[in-house]
Design a protein around this ligand. Sequence first.
Ligand code: ATP
Length: 273
Amino acid sequence: MAPEAPRTYPEPDPDAVLDLAGVTVTRSGNDLLDEISWKVAPEDRWVVLGPNGAGKTTLLSVAAARLHPTRGRVAILGEQLGKVDVFELRPRIGLSSASLAERIPSDETVADVVVTAAYAVVGRFNEQYDGLDATRGRGLLAQFGVEHLADRLYGTLSEGERKRVQIARALMTDPEVLMLDEPAAGLDLGGREDLVRRLSTLARDPYSPALILVTHHVEEIPPGITHALLLRKGAVVAAGPVESALTAETLSSTFGLPLRLDQRDGRYSARAL
Ligand SMILES: Nc1ncnc2c1ncn2[C@@H]1O[C@H](COP(=O)(O)OP(=O)(O)OP(=O)(O)O)[C@@H](O)[C@H]1O
């Protein structure tokens, strides 16, 4: 059999925060992502929705320069994966995910957890931090309502408190794009509502970085989200402006059951029909 001709992809958009073309990730013969093409502009605020195992975390890992695709072209902040030093690229991307959170030492103070992000390390080691970093770190903790916890050890925080600290940490490097993988997972109702409100403020701020938020639940979509990408079995069901991409029909196809979708005051809710 003749070898497959190498695929060619259109030149990436230099102004896009993310520009993915034909991205496929294959593991053990299965396509975890199947030919994903996706473009994110600096002013966009995206939600990525899909059931367990749809490939959301895999997609975010590629978008955050943590994982190379098996096939396809990935451009992040104008730089093409494979042609750029990812260690220079990663500080420009704010990422909060369960796998990163697991690596945060429990005996580190909350203030240090946030400030160490500026050095793209987990754990404080021996770096010298200047006063400006410390001030910025405190400001971010205040933005997420956890400044009073700055001197506590990270391991002593509740899940909700940890989630807010992780987001403050992701913002520490003043990233050009913020990626949050299930930021409300494990939060109680009050914690979720508080977080959704804070994320809504962030999403609506024109000076905020581009936002990509991964979730299973439409109830967690903060008002201010502009775009939605719906993923099922590694493939895109719908993607585009949230009003057209997120409908009862696309949501039902994504989750594989008939759903009713309601929207009120910028918040969504869904239930089975
Ligand atoms: N290294 C691997 N080898 C084989 N399969 C894998 C590997 N990594 C992930 N998978 C599978 O790929 C699929 C997509 O995983 P992923 O974590 O991206 O989904 P997800 O949409 O984030 O799911 P969840 O909502 O449950 O977190 C899952 O079925 C998972 O079991």
